[in-house]
Ligand binder design. Sequence first.
Ligand code: FAD
Length: 317
Amino acid sequence: MSVLIFIDHADGQIKKASFETLTYGADLARQLNVAAEAIILGTVNDDLTTLGKYGVTKVNQVNNEALNTLDAQVYAKVLEEAVKSTGANVVVFSHNQTGKAIASRVAAGLKAGLVAGAVALPDTANGFVVKKSVFSGKAFANVNIASDIKVISLNPNSYKTIAGEGTSSVNQLNIAVPAARVKVTAVNKVSGEVPLTEAEIVVSGGRGLKGPENWGIVEDLAHALHAATACSRPVADSHWRPHHEHVGQTGVQVAPNLYIALGISGAIQHLAGVNRSKTIVVINKDAEAPFFKAADYGIVGDVFEIVPKLTEEIKKL
Ligand code: FAD
């Protein structure tokens, strides 16, 4: 019996969401009095023994280059075998793009109950009741998982990552990798300097920017903060910015430490994609803009006056 935590990675780097998932999974294992183990498919540049500081005693690895690129169908099959061979009874994913693609497949393959979008540790005193976010974060549901194997995906930024002391052992799993049904022939990076879903800081522009020719002030601020750029849906619909930058209910959901909204009204559909951000800063010339209700800090004013000054000050730091 163990809790098995999936480690997500790209370009040889472990994704930051995985550190939160490791902490959550290790705490859950402590609560259940079972072992906390991690599983990584493919190879990364990071030293896997250091993951012990998040509370896992063992990192299982399927060291096969074919797994360095994510293929959800292949990953799910390999993970099913990994769960069987490690004897895990709880499997934890991040509810990020990768986790969303794999967790349900793994659960289906193992005939396991799944709670997608968990926000807290399960109540194990009364079954295995997991609190999850529903209706784009507007409400919570408590869901009991009754199956023997349980799968949970954790909403990013729901659990505090804690790194302590400790090292983990690394265990190679000998699992055959099934042939992929699709082959990635090329990857063309289209986003800015920082991938949107991984960014610690996101600078986002709305229709208040008036047109694509004014996006320089958004990019300059993002560059100064080493942030990713994003936008509201009408901005993408008007082809001012590419659709992969569109944040919200029908776009990308982000959970950065800092989300800076420039000239965005804060419609409910936009907030649904950003309301898990740790800190929200809003700059809008309309003091009544709904976004101010969701903001931690707000500036009532013209983005064309404020943003260049803000960027200049940040560059001096
Ligand atoms: P606007 O509503 O036009 O707001 C522009 C803001 O800029 C205003 O608040 C204004 O005061 C401010 N402003 C103007 N000039 C300046 C200036 N010089 N300086 C400072 N502030 C200024 N929207 C999304 O974003 N994401 C989604 O996923 C999404 N999904 C949707 C799904 C459905 C089914 C529907 C019906 C709508 C969806 N929408 C979505 C659209 C959403 O309802 C809003 O229409 C949209 O978010 C508004 O975009 P905006 O804030 O950029 O534009």
